[in-house]
Design a protein around this ligand. Structure first.
Ligand code: NAG
Ligand code: NAG
Ligand code: NAG
Ligand code: NAG
Ligand code: NAG
Ligand code: NAG
Ligand code: NAG
Ligand code: NAG
Ligand code: NAG
Ligand code: NAG
Ligand code: NAG
Ligand code: NAG
Length: 745
């Protein structure tokens, strides 16, 4: 009986440790890759693994997502015929062609990402077998010339051809992809677009043709695109365009971006048919002589966002410019040389305004009538040479909840500046060389939730007397101090008691090399702490400040000078669920494996370690291609030691099947842990196996000692079981990655 029990626990321990490496390997997984479930889908992540070819024979037929981004693959062969792959990501490789052969039989394929390769030829029939194809990304390839139809796919909806060096688009190009809803042609040297080019794309919803060196555009080019909602033509020289004719047919247009298109004048009826326009971006055009009032008068009724940044608009702006724009919520006037009195008049009819951007307008003072804005939530008056005494001007903004006075050349801020702004929630003073903060400066900001003082040249974090001594700022939750050359005292807390409610603290890039153990004594309820880009080393006690932070959820220690790290330092931070250690010069040693096991087993989720495996955001289509991984480095001695085994088999770590040579020093943590031979250190598991080993099955005797051990084994076994259940419960909760819920995201 005892032996049987022991055997059961022994087996339980072994089977559990099999999932140890953070890999799930119910299904096949290529030697060089990491595999896991994402929701219920099998992800095979071979990204940035220095592969020169696709590991065809090692793939599971059920692979749902195959990520081969960032390798050295030059050619594609045929995939196994029964493979049910839905998504193929092979961006940032060295492919030169997309041939039919390579995609033959991929009936289930929905998404293909081929961006950032060296592709010059795409077989139009390459995706003929993929009858559910929706998304193709080919941006950043030297495709250059295409003859005849580009692709044949009756289902294709999304096509990205930006940065493809296309200089012309032939008339048949879109003939067999007529279901397209989104097309991006930006950053191709097109010069011109032929008549009727888009006529077959009647479903098109979004068209981007930014930065295509267009010098003219036929006024009928969009006449068939009656469903177009979003149009971007930014960065083309379209000075002589008849915008009224061009836009006249686009009655459904909601979003129009014609930033930097060389516009100097617009006729009064330009937008008169675009009655659904919600967002209009006219920034970076020379509209100095434009009668804005006349142009906008008919079309602005539904407008919610108007961007007129950098349009060389000089005062006086006629008073009625925005007269009919009663729904306008966001107005960008940044970069125009404005004077306060003109502004005062123009803004008068906009009581609904929520966001006003007046950055870099050469303003020396502000309009007197800011009090008309009952709804103003964001005011950006950064980068203006505001004279230092502006207390009076801002004083009426009693309801203001957001104020950005960043980069405004303020070296001194009078102590009463904010005394009336008791509604203020977010105050940004970043980028001003504020040498010291006046006593009581923030005293009356009792509703403040966020204070941003980045790049202010501050040496002391925040001195107590900037706040009222008798108050605790109950709402003040976030303080951003990034980019200040802080001098951290060798002992004692660095923040005053008034800030005890702060939960989010950004002290990134502050030149910090050490923090004393009491550094956060007055702010011990911090949940998010950003210390990225400092110089914190792995010396003894350098992370002792963590001891006090029992509520810590998120810790960013990326880009510091850590060479090694021990999971033991997080023993007082039980709530930690995101730890970013990317960009530190870690040495490859068994501490890496300990951290890995800590995340995987103690925390029960490898994703706690940012960069350990592909996170959800890396798995999403059209997302960022280059992941950041956690790396460690072998030192020269280790590399030279040719006898160093890279296949020490340790129970629970997935061994490499093919021989490997240690030729380069950089290792992802995932690979290092597999090849290291480091014993799993999770103490809860080892004793179970050990205890079971103690029993001598052949003799079958049980001593008192053995009984005690058995009880221990039972207890530990139950603990193990519970952890297992927890782990599995989490997995089962995840749902299917359907197209609909993906879109919803
Ligand atoms: C690809 O190969 C080149 C040279 O062979 C090498 O410099 C480069 O680092 C490799 N890239 C990757 C992602 O392995
Ligand atoms: C990729 O592999 C080649 C040799 O196969 C090696 O020279 C190179 O350093 C490796 N690059 C990386 C980034 O691992
Ligand atoms: C492509 O479109 C053209 C014009 O609509 C049509 O004649 C041709 O049959 C299509 N080709 C395929 C392979 O569907
Ligand atoms: C605007 O719409 C009207 C009615 O739909 C149409 O007659 C007119 O031609 C359009 N304007 C332009 C410039 O296309
Ligand atoms: C625009 O505002 C003016 C008054 O400034 C008014 O006479 C006109 O009817 C308004 N136009 C529309 C389309 O609402
Ligand atoms: C702080 O705000 C209160 C209430 O708005 C006001 O009465 C008081 O004068 C302000 N304090 C200072 C120092 O301005
Ligand atoms: C706190 O002190 C300030 C000045 O230091 C004073 O104006 C305020 O009334 C005091 N508030 C309370 C609640 O005592
Ligand atoms: C931190 O939070 C706990 C529990 O909410 C509270 O008892 C404690 O006073 C807080 N610490 C500080 C410094 O406010
Ligand atoms: C990191 O630490 C090493 C020695 O431990 C030192 O030589 C190096 O200058 C440090 N780097 C920075 C950026 O502080
Ligand atoms: C290289 O690493 C080995 C093993 O971790 C260590 O014993 C040795 O001291 C290291 N050598 C250098 C130069 O850092
Ligand atoms: C080389 O590696 C082997 C295996 O890890 C080890 O036993 C040996 O001591 C190492 N030699 C040197 C010179 O580091
Ligand atoms: C690595 O170890 C595993 C398990 O013992 C074994 O199956 C595999 O063949 C070994 N690989 C090499 C290259 O020795």
């Amino acid at each position: 009986m005892a032996q049987l029990l022991a055997l059961i626990f022994h087996l339980a321990a072994i089977s559990y440790t099999l999932g140890f490496n953070g890999d799930s390997f119910e299904l096949e997984c290529p030697d060089e890759c990491d595999c896991h479930y994402f929701r219920i889908n099998w992800v095979t992540d071979c990204s940035e693994s220095n592969l020169t070819e696709v590991p065809y024979d090692e793939l599971s037929m059920s692979v749902y997502i195959l990520d081969l981004n960032g390798n050295n693959i030059t050619t594609l062969k045929a995939f196994p015929s029964d493979i049910k792959m839905r998504r193929l990501q092979i961006a940032e490789n060295r492919l030169t062609r997309v041939d039919r052969e390579a995609f033959k039989g991929l009936e289930y394929l929905i998404d293909v990402d081929l961006s950032g390769n060296n592709i010059s030829y795409v077989d139009p029939e390459a995706f003929l077998d993929s009858r559910g194809l929706l998304n193709v990304e080919l941006q950043n390839n030297p495709i250059s010339v295409v003859e005849g139809p580009f692709l044949v796919s009756p289902t294709l909806q999304y096509l990205d051809l930006s940065w493809c060096n296309l200089s012309t688009i032939n008339p048949q190009f879109f003939d067999n992809i007529t279901s397209l809803t989104t097309l991006d042609l930006s950053n191709n040297p097109l010069n011109t677009l032929d008549d009727g080019l888009f006529d077959v794309l009647t479903s098109l919803d979004t068209l981007k043709v930014n930065d295509c060196k267009l010098t003219s555009i036929n006024e009928n080019i969009f006449s068939a695109l009656s469903n177009l909602k979003n149009l971007e033509l930014a960065g083309n020289q379209l000075t002589n365009t008849d915008w009224a004719e061009l836009l006249g047919k686009l009655t459904r247009l909601q979003y129009l971006n014609i930033r930097k298109t060389g516009i100097t004048s617009l006729s009064e009826d330009t937008f008169s048919n675009c009655t659904n326009l919600v967002t209009l971006i006219l920034a970076d055009n020379e509209l100095r002589d434009l009668d804005l009032a006349a142009t906008l008068v008919n079309s602005v009724n539904n407008l919610e966002l108007l961007d007129l940044s950098n349009c060389k608009i000089k005062g006086p702006i006629a008073g009625e410019v925005f007269a009919n724009a009663t729904r306008l919520k966001s107005l960008y006037l940044s970069g125009n040389p404005l004077f306060a009195p003109d502004l005062q008049e123009a803004l008068e009819p906009l009581p609904k305004l929520e966001r006003l951007f007046l950055s870099n307008c050469g303003l020396r003072n502000l309009p007197d009538n800011f009090n008309v804005f009952d709804n103003l939530q964001e005011l950006d008056i950064s980068h203006n040479p505001l004279v230092n005494v502006f207390t009076k001007l801002l004083a009426p903004l009693e309801h203001l909840e957001y104020l950005n006075m960043g980069y405004s050349n303020l070296s001194y801020i009078g102590p009463d500046s904010f005394s009336k702004m008791t509604s203020m929630k977010r105050l940004i003073l970043s980028g001003n060389d504020i040498l010291s903060l006046e006593a009581g400066l923030f005293g009356n900001l009792t509703q403040l939730t966020t204070l941003e003082l980045e790049f202010c040249g501050l040496k002391r974090p925040l001195n107590a007397n900037a706040f009222f001594k008798n108050l605790t700022y109950m709402d003040l939750r976030e303080i951003r101090l990034g980019g200040n050359p802080l001098v951290i005292p060798a002992s004692g807390p660095i923040f005053p008691k008034q800030l005890s409610q702060v939960t989010k603290l950004d002290m990134s890039n502050c030149n910090i090399s050490s923090l004393n153990i009491d550094a956060f004594k007055n702010t011990e309820n911090i949940t998010e702490l950003n210390l990225a880009g400092n110089r914190i080393k792995s010396t003894d006690g350098s992370l002792d400040f963590l001891e006090r932070l029992h509520q810590l959820n998120n810790l960013d220690l990326s880009n510091n000078n850590l060479t090694t790290i021990d999971p033991q330092v997080f023993v007082n931070n039980p709530k930690i669920h995101s730890l970013n250690l990317i960009g530190n010069p870690f040495i490859c040693n068994c501490k890496i494996a300990e951290m890995w096991d800590w995340a995987n087993m103690i925390k029960g989720n490898l994703e706690v370690l940012v960069g350990a495996k592909s996170a959800e955001k890396d798995i999403i289509v059209k997302g960022n291609k280059k992941k950041k991984h956690l790396f460690c480095h072998y030192n020269a001695t280790q590399l030279r030691n040719t006898t160093l085994s890279v296949n020490k088999t340790v129970p629970g770590r997935r061994p490499f099947m093919k021989p490997r040579e240690l030729t380069f020093a950089n290792r992802t943590w995932a690979k290092y842990v597999r090849e290291s031979g480091c014993e799993p250190v999770v103490k809860i598991l080892r004793p179970v196996a050990l205890v079971a080993d103690l029993f001598d099955f052949r003799k079958g005797y049980t001593s008192t000692g053995a009984s005690v051990m058995l009880i221990l084994a039972v207890a530990l076994g139950i603990a193990t079981l519970m952890m297992t259940i927890r782990l599995f419960r989490r997995r089962n909760r995840k749902d299917v990655d359907t197209e609909t819920n993906r879109k919803a995201r």
